[in-house]
Design a protein around this ligand. Structure first.
Ligand SMILES: O=C(O)CNC(=O)[C@H](CS)NC(=O)CCC(=O)C(=O)O
Length: 346
């Protein structure tokens, strides 16, 4: 059963606005989302899942499972406007019952050039993070701020920033930070060149997965998804949810985005949550969008439609554990054969 064939779903793949949405969880469970009268859902999108083997049926009631929200936006160089858009989506996520909302890479802004990126950047203790702290408190939910242009402690010497994924708890405290370790310096024909290292320093280390109300989250950012070594390291360190907040290119997007995310989910047996930038940010830059949540089986269980909006998914850790028992790939690895991955090809 998939969304195109799902006559019961009034949102049909998430297009348009509606007052009643569904989260459809395997095996074929329809969960009505009853919303307040008059509440406008900005393109709430939900998806049906493919059938799973019977043995993996879910026992717990889905209503009890934690709900997460994935926010999709089109950041521009206008920081106050970007905050307004993100805050609206986060408030909507809270009203819909999410315990955790994910914002994409560069949720704070997308600048026209490296000089503007540096000029608009702030330290973690700056005004913008202060506003997000208040927002998390006001809404009472956790926030994954997928890629903050951070002036680090070395700003005075380096005049460069970090691409920092910040996790706030529902009291607005910073629970974890991860600074993007793989910088995107690529030139793809048909897509403007990306030279992230012009403005950004790579982070020095991975971060241990963090316990949240939805599960243990491993932090990564966008281009990091191309390095399965990182996702395996996070899974081995206990991650149950991998996050790839992104501003993915419009040429690499159609070819690689969903394939990479689903592969990371299947091989790590983790949920994968990817909040994405979409649309045109300014004259020189556009992003692919297609924010989604993938379950550990590799099924896309929620996805945003085109344009800014949000989608929701429930995280079922019992299902994750069952799947890992049924398909114990982590016990079948052969580190004796490929111990030192990660070196350049010779
Ligand atoms: O520039 C900023 O302000 C924030 N950073 C980004 O948007 C980064 C670097 S340009 N984008 C990516 O990593 C896209 C990767 C990608 O598209 C792929 O792997 O195909």
């Amino acid at each position: 059963m998939c969304v195109g064939a799902c006559a019961l779903c009034p949102l049909r793949g998430g297009r348009g606005e509606g007052r009643l949405g569904f989260i459809i969880r395997p095996p074929h469970q329809l969960l009505p989302l009853l919303l307040c009268p008059g509440l406008r859902i900005p393109r709430l999108s939900v998806l049906c899942a493919q059938p799973r083997p019977r043995a993996m049926a879910i026992s717990s009631s889905s209503w009890e499972l934690p709900l997460v929200a994935v926010c999709q936006v089109t950041s521009t160089p206008d920081k106050p406007e970007n905050f307004k858009t993100c805050a609206e989506l986060v408030r909507e996520a809270a009203r819909l019952g999410a315990c955790l909302a994910f914002l994409p890479e560069a949720f704070d802004f997308i600048a026209r050039d490296p000089a503007e990126t540096l000029r608009l950047s702030e330290p973690l203790g700056g005004n913008l993070l202060g506003e997000y702290t208040q927002l998390a408190r006001e809404c009472g939910l956790w926030l994954s701020l997928g890629g903050f242009h951070e002036r680090g402690q070395d700003w005075e010497q380096t005049q460069k920033i970090y691409n920092c994924h910040v996790l706030l708890n529902n009291e607005g405290s910073v629970v974890a930070t991860y600074r993007k370790t793989h910088l995107c310096d690529v030139e793809i024909p048909g897509q403007g060149p990306m030279r992230e290292s012009n403005s950004t320093i790579p982070g020095p280390s991975l971060e241990s997965p963090v316990s949240t109300p939805a599960g243990k989250i491993g932090l990564a950012i966008c281009y990091d998804m191309r390095f399965p070594e990182l996702s395996l390291a996070l899974a081995q360190a206990g991650a149950e949810i991998l996050t790839y907040p992104s501003a993915f290119g419009s040429v690499t997007g159609p070819a690689h985005w969903e394939v990479l995310l689903r592969a990371r989910a299947i091989e790590t047996q983790c949920y994968v949550v990817a909040a994405a930038q979409c649309g045109r940010h300014h004259e020189k830059r556009a992003s692919y969008g297609h924010s989604m949540v993938v379950d550990p089986w590799g099924t896309v269980v929620a996805r945003c439609s085109e344009g800014p909006g949000l989608c929701l998914a429930r995280i079922d850790l019992n299902y994750l554990r069952q799947l890992r028992q049924h398909l114990p790939v982590f016990q079948h690895r052969r580190p004796d054969l490929y111990g030192s991955l990660g070196h350049p090809l010779s």
